[in-house]
Design a protein around this ligand. Structure first.
Ligand SMILES: [Zn+2]
Ligand SMILES: [Zn+2]
Length: 265
């Protein structure tokens, strides 16, 4: 059994719970320790039961609660060396024996949970995406990336669950109020994925094995959950991935509250 739950998702803070029968981990801690703890309680677990915290990259919306979580719950923290270099200073003191290196392209194991890291193109020090495996099940978690590289596409084949960002609607972003340098950053090769881009990418990744798609990191100002959902579902329908008899669900992660709690037996 492997499960995932989006505790919060978006630029106002990201935290994701991943667990097997024997291991419970948190991926990213971009909200207060208090909010993470209450989100975990809301889904029937508790912060003190966590075994580790993994960081995808150094941006504040993924790391601002990491120091607190480590100190309060004695959590070992795993991040790539460049992520430690940038985010470590902001996290406050963490005992050296709780600071662990994550390879940017490799595998680490926590009990019955295998975690694979994949380098992703984003304007952070050394950002990574994750594949979580337990027994025959695999979950991909890839948010905060400007484009999908051939390598990512190759690694994300045959997933039971795909969690990917649908950050913005290009038109909303272009016509919105963000200053142009920020618009260009988001639209750039190292920015964020649009609804249309992720829809296209999902068409190539969904396999007969895929049961769940979760759209994450939805922009508050340049997207709408319904628009992300509709854009992706329309494209998946056109490609024949969403039709009667196929067991594929598409969901959108909530910005503030725990959502998309998925368990794979
Ligand atoms: Zn982010
Ligand atoms: Zn980021």
């Amino acid at each position: 059994m492997i499960e995932i739950c989006m505790l919060a998702s978006g630029s106002s803070g990201n935290a994701i719970y991943v667990a097997t029968q024997h291991v419970k981990i948190l991926v990213d801690a971009g909200l207060s320790g208090k909010r993470i703890a209450s989100a975990l309680t809301a889904i029937g677990t508790e912060a003190s039961a966590l075994d580790a915290l993994l960081l995808s990259h150094d941006h504040n919306d993924h790391t601002c609660g990491a120091g607190i979580m480590s100190r309060r719950y004695g959590l070992p923290v795993y991040a790539t060396a460049p992520t430690w270099q940038v985010a470590g200073k902001k996290m406050g003191p963490i005992p050296a024996d709780r600071c662990h290196r994550l390879p940017s392209c490799g595998t680490i194991t926590f009990g019955d949970l295998t975690v694979e890291t994949i380098p992703i193109p984003h304007d952070a020090a050394d950002p990574v995406g994750f594949i979580f495996r337990c027994e025959e099940r695999a979950i991909a978690l890839v948010t905060d990336l400007g484009h999908v590289t051939p390598y990512i596409q190759e690694r994300l084949q045959a997933m039971d669950c795909l969690v990917m960002e649908a950050n913005h609607d290009e038109e909303m972003l272009i016509n919105g109020t963000y200053p142009w340098p920020l618009k260009n950053r988001i639209l750039g090769k190292n920015g964020h994925l649009s609804n249309a881009t992720v829809a296209e990418c999902l068409c190539k990744l969904i396999s007969p094995q895929t049961q769940h798609v979760v759209l994450a990191h939805i922009s508050e100002h340049n997207n709408l959950p319904q628009l992300a959902f509709d854009t992706v579902c329309l494209r998946l329908k056109e490609a024949g991935h969403l039709k009667q008899g196929k067991q594929l669900t598409v969901r959108v992660a909530d910005r503030y509250l725990p959502s998309c709690h998925i368990q794979l037996a």
